[in-house]
Design a protein around this ligand. Structure first.
Ligand SMILES: [Zn+2]
Length: 53
């Protein structure tokens, strides 16, 4: 048998996407950068951590 089927599959599969979590450098709160509202909020130079639900 030529080649390892597991290795071949790994070569052709898309790599796992990186974690979507970011930690805000301003308030230290973790957020998901895919959430536009949160991403924009944490880009403000001065803000408080968002209240957790
Ligand atoms: Zn923040």
């Amino acid at each position: 048998m030529d080649g390892d089927p597991v290795t071949i599959r790994v070569l052709f599969e898309e790599p796992e996407p990186p974690e979507a979590g970011e930690t805000c450098p301003h308030c230290g709160q973790g957020f998901d950068y895919r959430q536009l509202a949160a991403a924009l909020y944490h880009r403000q130079p001065a803000h408080e951590p968002l209240p957790l639900q």
